[in-house]
Write a protein that binds this ligand. Structure first.
Ligand code: ATP
Ligand code: MG
Length: 559
């Protein structure tokens, strides 16, 4: 559930909106989230979604979902569907139907014709290479194309024929006539239409010319009466072009673009193109692999919408660099799950313990709540039996100093149960420990032991009641902070795929409480002392539980 409290963060865009509302520039806020459907959304998009939908929510305005679909070769319906699902899963709803830049292709074409008639656009025959040459550099003015001064009639005729498919792909473009000497390269007669015989996921084969992003985006904003068009900082230098287009065509409104910094997550990648490579080259099992920083991957890993919204709030909105350690993301997820996830015991790497003085009728089991602060989550009996499993790690024959768990001759408390003492260690012929024999202090159920302190508490399960579960353990996908910025000996960029962690996933069979056999898919649980886990969105079945590890209980990233 959303509440306005969650968005009670202050940043420069909110200050602008407050002022625009106060001085009557706008009476209502209209934002939009404009993904290109060329991949699944990632954590960076989550930040943008929380900003755009969050602002609309806080100011009782509206936020559109608009697919920016001007590159038909890379776009498809699967991506459209996944984007809609991800936005809704994050807790947001767009105003009305989803919109598509391609809905506006006819209007965009009409506006282009208008620009030609006004002498503000021309058809150019320069090839892509020539155009690059003519464009100049940051320090050097560009050169005007020899085709720049074609007559309006000739331009109109050529543009119609471009549209009608009379010319080869790439042989002509439509360009704005702005200023080849501008200090801003984006203003040097930018291309606004190119010829591309590509099938479009919405418009099919209707068009063989497609408008460019810079031209399309501002007009789409204007058609939708967007009041605040929010985008990432790399578009700052495009703003003069955004404004130029809107000043030179008769649009119904004049939106304003504001830029904020892009989120970068260390040990991760925030680029759809690179994420696509991980999928297509099979480094991961699809876009929603739990190791992926995609929204659907994080969902499958057990991250929650509430946790991701908390993260977005924490990283904030500004114009300064937004490089965030993954521990900030994990911290937000952990914090949210601490209160919302019920708890059970699970043993991932079992060691059998025989309780030598177990006595039916004397050795008692207790009921315990699934969450210490939430009675409504229910409780269950934690049945104790003559044999139990404990975690192999919780026993050491030669413990380090300060060891508080079990050792030969030492005592430990079984969580919610008795204190036990280890009397004997049983090994196989290879010297591997296969069993412990322990005795129960029957005078310690729900009370402290007499005359001594026992600090350690370990989790356990009755061998008779424990049920098996598949548990998938995930680690970071990359071995370095900035996998896409690593350089080799000669300063050349190395492929980010060189830095994939080969041990980022392990699958084990573990023992869990019987409640696992009653769970639905996507149930979030804490395994006591181990971390947060979620039943897999696809593979979990109540009779064959499958858990994915979401995050550990403590931050293990800082060394
Ligand atoms: P990618 O390079 O991953 O494809 P993009 O910016 O090209 O990213 P779009 O689909 O065009 O992806 O993005 C939709 C919206 O999400 C845009 O407004 C964009 O600015 C925003 N966005 C994308 N990546 C980030 C990020 N890392 N941090 C914040 N906002 C982002
Ligand atoms: Mg893009």
């Amino acid at each position: 559930m959303l509440n306005k409290e969650q968005f009670a963060d202050n940043h420069f865009i909110r200050t602008i909106i407050e002022e625009d509302l106060k001085n009557g520039k706008h009476t209502a806020i209209q934002t939009r989230f404009p993904p290109e459907p060329n991949g699944y959304l990632h954590i960076g998009h989550a930040k943008s979604i929380c900003l755009n939908f969050g602002l609309a929510y806080v100011y009782d305005g509206a936020c559109n979902l608009r697919f920016d679909d001007t590159n038909p070769e890379k776009e498809n319906q699967e991506y459209v569907d996944s984007i809609k699902e991800d936005v809704q899963w994050l807790g947001f709803q767009w105003a009305g139907e989803p919109r598509y830049a391609s809905d506006y292709f006819d209007q965009l074409f009409e506006f282009a014709v208008g620009l030609i008639k006004d002498g503000k656009a021309y058809v150019d025959d320069l090839s892509a290479d020539e155009m690059r040459e003519y464009r100049g550099t940051l320090t050097q003015a560009g050169k005007e194309s020899p085709y720049r001064n074609r007559s309006v009639e000739e331009n109109l005729d050529l543009f119609m024929r471009m549209k009608n498919g009379e010319f080869l792909d790439g042989s002509k473009t439509l360009r704005l006539k702005i200023d080849m000497a501008s200090g801003n390269v984006n203003m040097r007669d930018p291309v606004i239409y190119r010829i591309r015989r590509a099938h479009h996921h919405k418009t099919g084969d209707k068009w063989c010319i497609y408008p460019m992003y810079d031209y399309t985006h501002c007009i789409s904003d204007a058609i939708e009466n967007i009041t605040h068009s929010l985008c990432t900082l790399e578009f700052e230098a495009h703003r003069p072009l955004y404004d130029w287009v809107l000043e030179n065509i008769p649009t119904p409104s004049k939106p304003h673009q504001y830029e904020f910094s892009r989120l970068e997550l260390l040990y991760s990648i925030t680029s759809k193109r690179k994420l696509n490579q991980l999928v297509s080259e099979k480094y991961v099992n699809g876009w929603d692999d739990p190791r992926m920083p995609t929204i659907s991957g994080m969902r499958r890993r057990g991250y929650t919408p509430e946790g991701l919204r908390l993260f977005a709030k924490r990283v904030g909105i500004s114009k300064s660099e937004n490089v965030v350690d993954i521990s900030v993301l994990e911290g937000a997820i952990r914090e949210e799950l601490e209160d919302s996830a019920p708890r059970m015991m699970a043993v991932l790497n079992p060691l059998k313990v025989t309780l030598t003085n177990f006595e039916t009728g004397k050795t008692l089991s207790r009921r315990h709540a699934y969450h210490p602060n939430h009675e409504e989550m229910g409780d269950r009996e934690l049945t104790i039996n003559p044999t139990i499993y404990i975690e192999r790690d919780d026993f050491s024959e030669h413990p380090p100093k300060g060891w508080q768990r079990l050792t030969l001759g030492g005592e430990v408390r079984l969580r919610y149960s008795y204190i036990i003492k280890c009397d004997e260690v049983i090994k196989d012929e290879n010297g591997q420990i296969i069993e412990l024999k322990c005795s129960i202090d029957h005078d310690t159920l729900g009370k402290k032991p007499e005359g001594r302190k026992v600090k350690g508490v370990i989790h356990w399960l009755s061998t008779e009641h424990a049920v098996p579960a598949t548990v998938r353990l995930y680690d970071r996908l990359f071995t370095t902070e900035r996998p896409d910025a690593m350089r080799g000996e000669n300063g050349e960029y190395l492929p980010f795929t060189d830095f994939i962690n080969p041990n980022s996933v392990a699958e084990i069979t573990a023992w869990v409480e019987p409640v696992a056999n009653t769970l639905n898919k996507e149930s979030h649980w804490q395994f006591e002392r181990l971390g947060y886990f979620v039943t897999d969105r696809y593979d979990h079945q109540s009779d064959k539980p499958v858990f994915n590890k979401t995050v550990g209980l403590k931050d293990t990233w800082q060394k």
